[in-house]
Design a protein around this ligand. Structure first.
Ligand SMILES: C[S@@+](CC[C@H](N)C(=O)[O-])C[C@H]1O[C@@H](n2cnc3c(N)ncnc32)[C@H](O)[C@@H]1O
Length: 312
C-alpha cells in the first residue's frame, strides 16, 4: 500500500503496461530519443525513475532502443514488494528478448542487450523526501515519472525531484492524469459517480485531477524548456475478438478503484452499487469502452531557477 492508501498490484501493473504502450505519446518519445542520441557522452547515462513499480518503463525504453552505450538506471519505488516483483519481471522479460541479466546480492543487476550495458539498481525511494539522498543531488541526466505525479501535490514533489537533475538534464514525465474519465455506453449516473471519483483525487491533492496541464504550466512558469508535450490517453474498446487479457484485467481494476473511492457515499447508495454492477457486467459482455485523458511532457528545467529554489 502506498502513502495514499492505494494498492498497486504487480498483476495490475503488468496489465497496465499494454494499455500504456498504446497510449504513450510518440512525438514526445521520439523527441526524447532524438535528444539522447544528439548528446555526445563521455561517461554512463544516469537515469532515475521514481514510482517505477515492476519496471515496465525501463523494459519499454530498452526495447524501443532509447539507450546506447553504458547506462546506470535507478529503478525506485516506496513499495518493497513491487521492487521484488521488478526483479522477477525484468528477469522474465530479459529472457524473452534474449538479453542477458545477472543479479547481484546488493539488488543491482547487469543487463546486456548487445547495443547497451545497463546497471539496474532497485532501491526504496520516496519521491517526497528524495533530498534525503544527498548522493542523488544533481547526479542524473534523465528523470522519469510515469503515472506517478498525480498521487501528490505537484510543485513540492517536482521541485524535490528535479534537484536530482544535473545541468542540461531532461524530465520525461508521462501518463499524467488530465481531468476526464469517460465510459461508453453512457449511463444516466455517470456524471454523478465520476464527479465523486474525480473529487476523491482533489482530496488527495489540489493538483491531482489536472496534473497534466498543471505540470505543463509549472514547467513554463519556471522557465523550463518544454521540448515536447502531447496526449497519452488510455483508450480501451472491445476489438473483434473482445478484450485482450490485459485490457479485461485493467478495466476490472479501474472499476474496483472507482468502487473504493465512492464507498463513502451514504445517500442513494444503491445507485452507485447498481452502476458498478452494471459496468462489471459490461466488461463480462465485452461491451464497455473507456477513455481517460493524460499528458506526456518532456522538459529541460532551467538550472538557475531550480537551484535557486532549492537553496532558498
Ligand atoms: C500507478 S503506479 C505506477 C507504477 C509504474 N510507474 C507503472 O506505470 O507501471 C504508482 C507507483 O508509485 C509508487 N508510489 C506511491 N507513493 C510513492 C512515493 N511517495 N514515492 C515513490 N513512489 C511512490 C507506487 O508504489 C506505485 O508503484
Amino acid at each position: 500500500m502506498d502513502s495514499n492508501g492505494h494498492v498497486f498490484t504487480a498483476g495490475y501493473l503488468a496489465a497496465k503496461r499494454e494499455i500504456d504502450d498504446r497510449a504513450l505519446n510518440t512525438h514526445v518519445l521520439d523527441t526524447l530519443t532524438a535528444c539522447l542520441s544528439a548528446e555526445n557522452r563521455a561517461g554512463p547515462r544516469r537515469v532515475l525513475e521514481v514510482g517505477a513499480g515492476i519496471g515496465s518503463m525501463c523494459a519499454r525504453l530498452v526495447e524501443r532502443g532509447l539507450f546506447t552505450g553504458t547506462v546506470e538506471y535507478w529503478l525506485t519505488d516506496t513499495d518493497h514488494s513491487l521492487l521484488a516483483e521488478a526483479r522477477n519481471y525484468l528477469t522474465g522479460w530479459a529472457g524473452k528478448h534474449n538479453f542477458s541479466i545477472t543479479w547481484n546480492p546488493d539488488h543491482t543487476a547487469h543487463l546486456t542487450t548487445g547495443a547497451t550495458e545497463i546497471t539496474i539498481s532497485l532501491a526504496p525511494v520516496d519521491i517526497r523526501y528524495i533530498s534525503s539522498r544527498p548522493d542523488f543531488y544533481c547526479y542524473f541526466d534523465l528523470l522519469i515519472a510515469h503515472g506517478v505525479l498525480d498521487l501528490f501535490e505537484l510543485s513540492p514533489v517536482v521541485e524535490e525531484f528535479t534537484g536530482c537533475l544535473g545541468s542540461g538534464g531532461l524530465c520525461y514525465f508521462t501518463c499524467n492524469f488530465d481531468g476526464e474519465t469517460y465510459f461508453s455506453p453512457e449511463l444516466p449516473d455517470d456524471r454523478r459517480i465520476l464527479d465523486h471519483y474525480h473529487g476523491s483525487m482533489a482530496k488527495r491533492s489540489s493538483t491531482a485531477r489536472y496534473t497534466g496541464r498543471r505540470l505543463l504550466g509549472y514547467f513554463l512558469e519556471n522557465h523550463a524548456q518544454v521540448m515536447a508535450a502531447g496526449s497519452s490517453d488510455w483508450v480501451i474498446h472491445p476489438g473483434s475478438q473482445g478484450y485482450s487479457a490485459a485490457q479485461r484485467e485493467f478495466l476490472g481494476a479501474l472499476l474496483s478503484l472507482i468502487e473504493k473511492e465512492v464507498a463513502d457515499i451514504e445517500e442513494n447508495r444503491h445507485l452507485y452499487t447498481t452502476w458498478i454492477d452494471l459496468r462489471r457486467r459490461q466488461i463480462d459482455a465485452g461491451s464497455l469502452s473507456l477513455v481517460a485523458k493524460h499528458l506526456d511532457i518532456l522538459a529541460r528545467p532551467d538550472p538557475g531557477t531550480r537551484l535557486m529554489t532549492r537553496r532558498a
